[in-house]
Design a protein around this ligand. Structure first.
Ligand code: DXP
Length: 259
């Protein structure tokens, strides 16, 4: 199966995990392994420079081949996000940064203006910028032109479990985009991840649906299967929809005689 290419990096897995909301560190590590994921996002505010042996960064480094994508969650404007990105690169050594600027805790919607500004600056500094954005095709194209490595439109509000509420807008983004489009946020069940892949997304980012499941590792494994199934179906060529019924019985027999 073909690989996910983000900037100069390639990944076999199309499932990106968030590391928040897990009941404990072991549950998070088990879920990451079960998901087969190679890229996880971590909020910068959760790195702990003073207690390396206990912190999340140390725990994640026990998983071989795992790449970190620090995120700027907690930043309320471009200036704060850029500062967070600089610190995160120093601490993690990762070239990836998920620009996440949502100033209003009531709905956590990304601020498109501040997100664009931070992404433009960080891309010009050589970061592999993965901005979390509203499902807006115009903004997505502007971010691509600004040098972002991918765009990550929301399926629905973070942690809401409302799935692919923005599906039609995401399809427009995919149609216009030359960089990977990754659905980030709102997915509730593996079937939605499968649908996102069938639709043409290059990957999905999931946190709440896995961390809040009764059995996070089993759910991570189910998402892993679903993402693979969606990609496989897309590559196999999904039949077009028809406005009317199309009989499955052929009008001519195998011998070429009319039935
Ligand atoms: C962890 C992270 O980056 C979240 O902000 C992300 O948007 C995931 O959303 P869900 O928790 O809805 O999967």
């Amino acid at each position: 199966m073909n690989e996910l290419q983000i900037g100069t990096h390639t990944f076999s897995s199309r499932l990106i995990l968030g590391t928040g909301k897990f009941g404990n560190v072991q549950s998070m590590l088990d879920a990451i392994r079960a998901a087969g994921t190679e890229l996880v996002t971590v909020a910068l505010r959760r790195f702990n420079r003073e207690q390396v042996e206990h912190d999340l960064f140390a725990a994640l480094s026990t998983i071989e081949g795992l790449t970190l994508m620090p995120n700027t969650s907690g930043a309320s404007n471009a200036q704060e996000a850029v500062r967070a990105a600089h610190i995160s690169r120093e601490l993690s050594g990762s070239p990836f940064i998920k620009v996440e600027i949502h100033p209003n805790p009531q709905h956590l919607m990304p601020d498109p203006i501040e997100t664009y500004e931070a992404s433009r600056i960080l891309a010009s500094e050589g970061f592999l910028v993965m901005p979390y954005i509203p499902a807006d095709p115009v903004l997505a194209k502007r971010l691509e032109d600004a040098g972002c490595a991918s765009v990550m439109p929301l399926g629905s509000a973070i942690g809401s479990g409302h799935g692919l509420a923005t599906a039609e807008m995401i399809k427009l983004i995919i149609r216009e985009s030359s960089i990977p489009v990754i659905v980030d946020a709102g997915l509730r069940s593996p079937s939605e991840a499968c649908a996102a892949m069938e639709m043409g997304c290059e990957a999905v980012l999931v946190n709440s649906a896995i961390a809040a499941a009764e059995n996070p590792a089993e759910m991570a494994s189910a998402f892993n299967d679903a993402v693979k199934a969606g990609l496989k179906a897309r590559d196999a060529g999904i039949m077009p929809k028809s406005g009317s019924a199309v009989a499955t019985s052929p009008l001519t027999s195998f011998l070429g005689k009319t039935s």
